[in-house]
Design a protein around this ligand. Structure first.
Ligand SMILES: *Cc1c(COP(=O)(O)O)cnc(C)c1O
Length: 202
């Protein structure tokens, strides 16, 4: 049988949890800022906020981007539902940019065509949410150049991409984006049972 995901929890992980269980604070304690700092160190992003899941991370990223009722958010169809639902949580509408057959990530030629068309129709998106499929990075520099004239907030759904790399930077560095969102669900790169984080340089 091939499992969808299989977590690896060793004795040091269990000891770390026991240490928290003996602490005065079970949530919101000192381990959270330590974890946020470690994520900044690893990815190179300036700021990190831990949340209870990547779903919540995407939701607050959209809120921080100012996404609201009447807005449009674009994402890719080759993803988990949260990449699109976060826009609906904010009262916005969702539209999709298709993926590239080779990379499984957003198609840059389709993105260019869709942006040109949306500009003509006056229907540009407030935010674009990219997915780094299975940890393979989107071409961030190319995408940042394409969207530069349009004032679109760029959010990376890096839920399964912690540990991946783009050019010389780790995924999550936000070198070319406004925010990146990580998941720590058991099927992802590292797990806190449930959990997520939002990274940003702003
Ligand atoms: C798993 C996943 C999420 C949601 O992560 P949770 O932490 O379970 O909320 C969001 N986006 C993508 C691409 C995912 O694979």
């Amino acid at each position: 049988m091939i499992f969808y995901g299989k977590h690896s929890v060793d004795e040091t992980d269990i000891e770390a949890v026991v240490e928290v269980l003996r602490h005065q604070f079970l949530t919101q304690g000192s381990v959270v800022p330590q974890f946020e700092e470690a994520l900044c160190q690893y990815t190179g992003a300036d700021y990190c906020t831990a949340v209870n899941s990547a779903t919540s991370g995407l939701h607050v990223a959209c809120l921080a981007a100012g996404v609201g009722s009447g807005d449009l958010v674009w994402t890719v169809p080759n993803s988990f539902v949260a990449s699109a639902n976060c826009a609906l949580f904010c009262g916005a509408s969702v539209d999709f940019v298709d993926i590239d057959k080779q990379s499984r990530n957003i198609s840059i030629s389709q993105l260019i065509a869709k942006l040109e068309n949306a500009k003509r129709l006056g229907k540009l998106p407030k935010a674009l949410i990219l997915v780094h499929f299975s940890g393979l990075s989107c071409d961030m520099q190319a995408i940042a150049e394409v969207i530069a004239p349009y004032e679109v907030v760029l959010i990376e759904d890096a839920a399964h991409a912690l540990g991946g790399q783009y050019q010389t930077e780790k995924i999550g560095s936000c070198q070319y984006s406004d925010m990146a969102v990580l998941s720590f669900h058991p099927v992802k790169s590292i797990t806190s049972a449930e959990g997520g984080a939002v990274l940003t340089n702003s």
